[in-house]
Design a protein around this ligand. Structure first.
Ligand code: SF4
Ligand code: SF4
Length: 202
């Protein structure tokens, strides 16, 4: 993700595992050529208006559905979804997640554990301040493009592997084609699949 905009929570969402791999991905998460889109959380658009965060780089189908067509800069709205990328909450407790297809985002699953906890805490706080949000965003995320069920969950504060049945329940309606190759990537990286990277220790 580009690191110059600001979420309404004043969090860029940047983290080392992402910075380390931007020479591979060419900021693929900020390009919108495969039907992918950004979800604004319930109430987020209105709060961005109140905070005078600029939104000219975004095009909205409606207040919860946007695409981005130029890099965000200081003073621009960076949607919370962007700061959570490559994860997104996938159950009402925000203990299970979707993860970006790894042919697009090269960060290994095993380097996303801190991000899991961050997204979990942020999603629960959002729900507390905007009751009903999680149910709505989980329903809407079924139409995401370029995500897969994430193989780990949070349970009793531990990080555990999900079983096949649990993963099946998180399946969304769309997936990138079997022969998908991300046009943004800057190198011809081998060994990346929809569900994993060469660095995943599974
Ligand atoms: S695609 Fe993944 S690694 Fe690349 S900038 Fe986005 S979050 Fe970071
Ligand atoms: S607002 Fe646009 S440029 Fe900024 S992180 Fe999101 S997709 Fe990337």
């Amino acid at each position: 993700m580009a690191n110059t905009g600001e979420t309404i929570l004043n969090n860029t969402g940047t983290f080392p595992a992402c910075a380390k791999r931007q020479s591979i991905c060419g900021y693929a998460c900020c390009k919108f050529g495969s039907g992918n889109w950004i979800m604004l959380l319930p109430g987020e658009y209105e709060q961005a208006q109140q905070q005078n965060l600029k939104r000219d780089h975004l095009t909205f189908d409606n207040p919860s559905h946007a695409i981005c067509h130029s890099p965000c800069h200081k003073g621009d709205l960076k949607p919370i979804d962007c700061s959570w990328y490559p994860l997104f909450p996938a159950n009402i407790e925000a203990t299970q997640f979707l993860v970006a297809d790894h042919r697009k985002c090269p960060i290994p699953n095993t380097e996303l554990f801190d991000k899991m906890r961050e997204v979990h805490a942020a999603a629960l706080l959002w729900e507390q301040n905007n009751p009903g949000s999680l149910e709505q965003i989980i329903t809407l995320s079924k139409d995401f493009v370029g995500y897969m069920p994430f193989p780990y969950k949070i349970e009793n504060n531990d990080i555990l592997l999900m079983n096949d049945e649990e993963l099946k329940e998180l399946m969304i309606n769309n997936s990138l084609p079997a022969n998908y190759v991300c046009q943004e990537w800057l190198i011809d990286a081998q060994g990346y699949s929809a569900t994993g990277t060469p660095d995943d220790k599974e």
